[in-house]
Ligand binder design. Structure first.
Ligand code: NDP
Length: 249
């Protein structure tokens, strides 16, 4: 039987890595990606293969439209594995970076990098994936967003703006693609225990955890579990920004 294909951007560590392992475990063929940490991505590949899963490394900067085009040339061509045909069933737009600091101190380059990595990358990946999903008359796009895209965070204005844009893109694209049986949803993650929060010292971590009704940071595996359930969700669930934030908002 043909395996379903999923692309998870930014899957060398954190939430993306947890998603890659969860989808592989569930029997998907997983395209894994990152920009810089290729050695870590190889470790993810090794882990998937050692558990009997199936994956392909597609390193590349998803904030570059040309790189995304090249990645999709590979995804949409027959992959040389007899159980696989070219194509994509699920797109998980996970790659992202944060920036902490006053907006007035941000350079043009820093602003552009936040917007390109967290928002434009999603446009580039969706633009390539949609024609294949439309021809299959099926597909799911799952965007990894943030609760700060809903409520805004002080000293993370650019990041909040990018994730807010991602939420708007999710809602609009869901309407555009619903007639083609393609569902688009976003997860507004709360504070998740990954390298993205490595800048926090012990005291800051404790103080932040106290603000969260669940009393702790979320685990990347909890988000992965939810992403996997969205991939299997009824077709009538679309255009939603779903909070997984320990009750924070
Ligand atoms: P990590 O920093 O742990 O991982 C980010 C991943 O994205 C890495 O694999 C990184 O690889 C990749 N990446 C970054 N930029 C690019 C790029 N241009 N092209 C390809 N890959 C890229 O972060 P998290 O796992 O915490 O974050 C994952 C997503 O979840 C992000 O979108 C983030 O905004 C969102 N999120 C996270 C929260 C948290 O508290 N952790 C809260 C809310 C949302 P490399 O470095 O090699 O490029």
């Amino acid at each position: 039987m043909k395996k379903k294909n999923v692309l998870i951007t930014g899957s060398s560590r954190g939430i993306g890595r947890a998603c890659a392992l969860a989808f592989a475990e569930a029997g998907y063929h997983v395209f894994i990606n990152c920009r810089n940490s290729v050695e870590q991505l190889k470790e993810v590949e090794k882990e998937i293969l050692s558990r009997g899963g199936s994956c392909m490394m597609l390193p590349g900067d998803v904030s570059s439209p040309d790189t995304v085009r090249s990645m999709f040339r590979v995804i949409t061509s027959p992959c040389g594995n007899s159980s696989l045909q070219g194509g994509l069933d699920i797109l998980v737009n996970n790659a992202g970076i944060s920036h902490f600091g006053l907006l007035s101190d941000m350079s043009d380059e820093e602003w552009q990098n936040i917007l390109d990595t967290n928002l434009s990358s999603v446009f580039y990946c969706c633009r390539e994936a949609i024609p294949h999903m439309v021809s299959q008359k099926a597909g799911k796009i799952i965007n990894i967003s943030s609760m700060w895209g809903v409520s805004g965070a002080s000293c993370e204005a650019a990041y909040s703006a990018a994730k807010s844009g991602l939420n708007g893109l999710t809602r609009a694209l869901a309407k555009e693609l619903a007639p083609s049986n393609i569902q688009v949803n976003a997860i507004a993650c709360g504070v998740i225990d990954t390298e993205m929060n490595a800048r926090l010292n012990k005291e800051e971590r404790l103080a932040l955890a106290e603000e969260i009704p669940s009393g702790r940071f979320g685990a990347a595996e909890e988000i992965a579990q939810f992403v996997l359930s969205l991939a299997d969700a009824p077709g009538y669930l679309t255009g939603q920004i779903i909070g997984v934030d320990g009750g924070y908002l």
